[in-house]
Design a protein around this ligand. Structure first.
Ligand SMILES: Cc1cc2nc3c(=O)[nH]c(=O)nc-3n(C[C@H](O)[C@H](O)[C@H](O)COP(=O)(O)O)c2cc1C
Length: 184
């Protein structure tokens, strides 16, 4: 199963358009639109509840549904526009919510994480108003994928300079979408 984690916020999101061009090449997919989920950041209560369920190995609880979906995907595509040099907060909240020990990751003998996810590849799709510094978004997602989730391969698809005065954003995006058609 291909899982599409859509962290785009604007209804007419260009990042979503770019991701959909990739997904059309990859095949049928399941979409999780994060802004539709009303996910909440973990707080003392929800974290305590989750830890208690993990302690009891009660993985049937519905709080683990998104974690299981993520862990069982064969390929994952995350789309998120560049916001404040990173990505919209809803993506961090999603990651916080899916990162359940025993489903997406477990602790190895030396205390570090060992990934339990099935996916062989994760794509991170983004668009940026200006230039792109991948350290705060793609590099972080790549780190989690490889070191925490056990996903061996990641790929960045980025289209930048969309909001630079004088640039034709539509043309830049269309060119990128055509490139996807040729590359994948
Ligand atoms: C809240 C917000 C924060 C943004 N932060 C940045 C930024 O830090 N650097 C940048 O180059 N562009 C920034 N932009 C511009 C977006 O990255 C750019 O317009 C992007 O293509 C929007 O993607 P979308 O069409 O999928 O919403 C920001 C836009 C918004 C709305």
């Amino acid at each position: 199963m291909i899982l599409y984690v859509n962290a785009c916020v604007r209804a007419e999101s260009r990042t979503n358009r770019l991701a959909k061009a990739l997904l059309n090449k990859l095949g049928a997919y399941e979409e999780v639109r994060l802004t539709d989920l009303a996910l909440k950041p973990l707080d003392g209560e929800s974290l305590g509840y989750r830890e208690a369920q993990i302690e009891k190995q009660n993985y049937h609880d519905s709080i683990f549904d998104l974690s299981k979906q993520f862990a069982e995907a064969d390929v994952i595509v995350i789309s998120a526009p560049c916001w404040d040099a990173q990505f919209p907060a809803v993506l961090k909240i999603y990651l916080e919510n899916i990162y359940a020990i025993g489903i997406v990751s477990k602790y190895s003998e030396n205390g570090g994480p060992r990934g339990l996810c099935k996916a062989k590849k994760l794509y991170y799709v983004t668009t940026v108003g200006g230039g792109y510094d991948q350290r705060f978004s793609y590099d972080y997602i790549e780190y989690l994928a490889k070191h925490a989730f056990g996903i061996p391969e990641t790929e960045l698809l980025c289209v930048k300079y969309l909001d630079i005065e004088g640039n034709d954003a539509e043309e830049i995006l269309s060119r990128a979408i055509n490139n996807i058609d040729e590359m994948y």
